[in-house]
Ligand binder design. Structure first.
Ligand code: NAD
Ligand code: UDP
Length: 309
């Protein structure tokens, strides 16, 4: 098996590179390091089955030799990152997805698109099932990410229906773990970094908005299962254990045992009020559900960040 992973030097992508190498694949990692970093894959570079290509996948790419699988994970993913890079985010969701689908067509490879719970926007259906079409503000600040991913899903389904490509779409809900960037602005690195530095924990709004946090090893296991499945419509992967952001901040304080306090800051524009995946489809189709408790995943992630602050 030879597997191309775009965004492979990012948080989730680096865990995917590791997983597919462990499964005996040859892995070609493509990344332009706009939000990822080479140290994320440094430990893999001595492996003869691993190669790295520095390339912006919004521009066409030619890969020599056969490919069996393509996983398209390249995209800024943190709201702070995609607000900083709105145009590259739109381009990689649109042009990057087109380019990688073109490679899949040329190589007759299996294809898996990393989509997101953001396609549901600020949802009016709760928990979110795959048949919900979403509530997205296309011209809001998050539109560059949400609409890019919605376009990416549409073109992926078009390549499946029109060209018969063996495509898969995973809608990823908030995932956390080792190799997140401490400064990527997402709630897990932000609050953990603040707690470890003894600073105030910044909770946006009144903290009543909810998220459901999935540990990265659970997500990677679900992605490997989905890639092997004979199913082409989107599949939610995430942890259905929902928590308010305020309670989540308190859990971090408990775990770090620090004396930090909580500081409330304004809620960013279009911040979804609730988010929780309905994972019935993943359970039935893939026999998948998360196995790592939030406390265990949080402890492991805190250990990782402890060495970084
Ligand atoms: P990340 O920022 O750590 O990783 C993204 C990687 O893509 C980075 O290494 C970045 O440099 C690379 N990249 C971006 N644009 C590129 C381009 N044009 N060409 C080549 N490489 C490019 O983020 P992540 O959390 O690992 O997210 C990975 C994927 O999973 C993204 O597609 C994201 O939308 C999706 N996702 C993640 C989450 C989550 O909670 N982590 C949730 C939903 C969806
Ligand atoms: N958030 C917060 N404090 C922070 C960072 C984020 O309260 O320092 C909130 C944010 O407003 C959102 C939730 O935490 O309601 C999750 O934010 P994140 O940026 O991780 O990703 P999102 O789920 O919004 O894509």
């Amino acid at each position: 098996m030879r597997t191309l992973i775009t965004g492979g030097a990012g948080f989730v992508g680096s865990h995917l590179c590791e997983r597919f190498l462990a499964d005996g694949h040859e892995v070609v990692c493509v990344d332009n390091c706009i939000t990822g970093t080479l140290p994320n894959v440094e430990h893999l570079r001595a492996n003869a089955h691993f190669s790295f290509i520095r390339h912006d996948i919004s521009h066409p790419l030619e890969i020599d030799g056969p490919l069996d699988n393509i996983l398209h994970f390249a995209s800024p993913a943190s709201p702070v990152d995609y607000l900083r890079h709105p145009i590259p985010t739109l381009k990689v969701g649109a042009l990057g997805t087109h380019n990688t689908l073109g490679i899949a067509k040329a190589k007759n490879a299996r294809y898996l698109l990393a989509s997101t719970s953001e396609v549901y926007g600020d949802p009016e259906v709760h928990p979110q099932r795959e048949d919900y079409w979403g509530h997205v503000n296309p011209i809001g600040v998050r539109g560059c990410y949400d609409e890019a991913k919605r376009f990416a899903e549409a073109i992926t389904m078009a390549y499946h229906r029109h060209h018969g490509i063996n495509t898969h779409i995973v809608r990823i809900f908030n995932t956390y773990g080792e190799r997140m960037r401490l400064d990527d602005g997402r709630v897990v690195p932000n609050l953990m970094g603040q707690a470890l530095r003894g600073e105030r924990l910044t909770v946006y709004g009144d903290g009543s908005q909810t998220r459901s946090f999935c540990y990265v090893s659970d997500l990677v296991d679900g992605i490997a299962r989905l890639l092997a499945a004979d199913f082409h419509e989107p599949v939610n992967l995430g942890n259905p254990n929902e928590v308010t952001i305020l309670d989540f901040a308190k859990e971090i304080l408990e775990l770090t045992g620090g004396a930090s306090r909580i500081e409330f800051k304004p809620l960013p524009q279009d911040d979804p009020k609730v988010r929780r995946p309905d994972i019935t489809r993943a359970r039935q189709l893939l026999g998948w559900e998360p196995t790592v408790e939030r406390r265990d995943g949080m402890r492991r992630t805190l250990e990782y960040f402890r060495n970084k602050v």
